[in-house]
Write a protein that binds this ligand. Structure first.
Ligand SMILES: [Zn+2]
Ligand SMILES: [Zn+2]
Length: 224
């Protein structure tokens, strides 16, 4: 899994995770090809949410091919905490990390763009969600990167209820049960397995989702 956050003037590029699927041949170049297509040669930061290979196995390759200014990784042996806001390129991140098990030690990042909340939970599962619910004044979020590739061990219904996301992105395939639950909660849900690479274009008034596998949108997608 990997997600790029690019500023409208394309001068700031932050990558969240740097993993690829080792089962597929040539996937090692997928992220770099994608970044180059978007004219990215320098990464202001790479966040590595946690240390499972599908989230970091391309890091070394990216370090060789791009100027990487900063790598921020989750840390081992830290209890629940809320780091002071990490102000980065004028974008404050609330930053949480919970629990012992590696998925549940995923960074959880919240930030605001155009007055809309964005929440990235990476591979956090229900125990981490419960901790967040107990310890944090969770706000509604417009955008949610759905935990643990849409697996049913994440996205507990109370968690989704509180967040009330409007757009949900799943890296990999969704489990029917997660999809149905998210749709019941009125979240427009997309997965890379079904829709290909996903883009959310954020403007003052709206979020437009472009998906790779829809031909019409694909044209727009590739002429960006
Ligand atoms: Zn994963
Ligand atoms: Zn994981």
């Amino acid at each position: 899994m990997a997600m790029l956050l690019q500023s409208p003037d394309k001068t700031t590029n932050i990558l969240f995770d740097a993993g690829y699927n080792k089962q597929k041949e040539n996937d090692g170049t997928l992220i770099s090809d994608y970044l180059k297509r978007f004219n990215v040669w320098k990464l202001d930061a790479i966040f590595i949410s946690h240390h499972h290979t599908d989230h970091y196995n391309n890091l070394q390759h990216l370090n060789e091919e791009f100027v990487v200014e900063r790598v921020i990784q989750n840390q081992i042996q830290k209890p629940f905490y809320e780091v002071e806001e990490l102000l980065f390129k004028n974008l404050p991140f609330d930053y949480y990390q919970t629990m012992q098990e590696e998925n549940n030690r995923s960074l959880i990042l919240q930030f605001v763009l155009e007055k809309q909340n964005f929440l990235l939970t990476f591979d956090a599962e229900s125990p981490a969600e419960r901790k967040l619910l107990q310890n944090t004044e969770l706000q509604k979020t417009t955008f949610l990167q759905v935990g643990h590739h849409g697996s049913k061990t994440s996205s507990s219904s109370e968690f989704i209820e509180v967040l009330a996301p409007k757009y949900c992105f799943i890296s990999n395939k969704w489990k029917t049960i997660t999809k149905q639950m998210l749709q019941r909660k009125k979240c427009q849900t997309y997965s890379t397995n079904q829709n290909g690479n996903l883009i959310a274009r954020i403007t003052k008034n709206q979020i437009v989702v472009l998906t790779e596998k829809n031909t019409l949108e694909k044209r727009k997608f590739f002429t960006e």
